[in-house]
Design a protein around this ligand. Sequence first.
Ligand SMILES: [Zn+2]
Ligand SMILES: [Zn+2]
Length: 438
Amino acid sequence: MNNINYLAFAIPAFFIFLYMEYAIALHLKKGHLFKYESSVSNVSIGIAERLLNLFIAASFYDLFYFVYKNYALFNIPNVWWVWAILILATDFVWYWYHKLGHQVNFLWAAHIVHHQSEEFNLSVSARITTFQALIRNIFWCALPFAGFHPAMVITILTVHGAYSFFTHTQLIGKLGWLENILITPSLHGIHHASDDKYLDKNYGDVFVFWDKLFGTFQKEEEAPKYGLTHPIKSYSFLWQHFHYYFELAEACKRENGFKNKLNIIFGNPATLNQDIRPILEKRFLQHKSQDRYRFKFKKYLNFQLIVCIALLTFTTAFFGSLKLDDKIFIPLFLLITLINCGALLEQRRWIYYLECLRLILVFAYVFFKFDLLGLIFLPTISLIILERTFALSHVYRVYVLQYETIMSKHSPTEINIAHDSVINNKNKLYTDEKIESK
Ligand SMILES: [Zn+2]
Ligand SMILES: [Zn+2]
């Protein structure tokens, strides 16, 4: 384990900044800028992207070199002023990648995840999916194609990527004359707003020039309302990633003819049938908890997230030294845990089976390391016996899936009804499960 990837240190640094922003907000009595569920889902999405990025980053570096060696239009030298042109060129490519990401359905399906949060704080910067990273890397190929050396491109992309982290906060406000040059937190906040006058504005990442040039610039006037025009109201890790792909598939299914289906895939998101999502929500989210109560047992969820962050940092630092079995186990374990975290917030009834799957996966990994994989039937059978003898799934649901009512929005009567509803729901789950097991 000699080759440490020092980018791993960016992960704890990211969480230190997150904590600092939260501490300052509390000090300024602005704790309402944060919501626990929202922060968990932002961080979960970021962890998955950073992890999967480890597996694809090298391929894209190779692709940049391939494009540069075979197709570069110009032979651009490595001199100081080229760096200035490169940062402008990078921002220009970003502008079009980002604008198309909002205007073409199949690109929006990946980018929508970045806009799902109704809070706007530093943790939102982590809402990048692997699909979006893939699309972005394809756009970045334009830079080596123009003739910029891939080593320069990769260096600039690191700086460019780090800048956008700091534009996701409400604590900084407007920055005077800098608002005319840079995309500031106020200007990027407008990009995350769903108010009519703010829609489809401020696509730039570092500079405002491109928005001003192409007519998409908008400064902050009234306080923005953050999030999507049609909020998804779900913290499910899977639903947040895939709901728009399902919506597109359903819209295509309803169309006759290949050309009409293509029009959906390449069409503008504003023209997609808005009735489709509620239908899919009924189909896929029927066991979703109501807004009026929320997950209480946060320590268990926090512990899982801390394990994920530690594992991600370790994997990033030592990725080059990991063996194939580690590279299979770690992503599987992390993804199951992130799905679990989203499912805990959403009271999903299948979560117990996910816990069992993860437990068996851990045993399989440990047994494999000690060359005892044949013994994997032992924990599997033990879980089945425990379920049959002690109704373990019921015990899990009663003790782990604890909910509290949200006091501020409802009268005491409503809270009692909500509480009864949770109890009834738990009893129903138990009854359903008994019926299923018969
Ligand atoms: Zn966007
Ligand atoms: Zn953003």
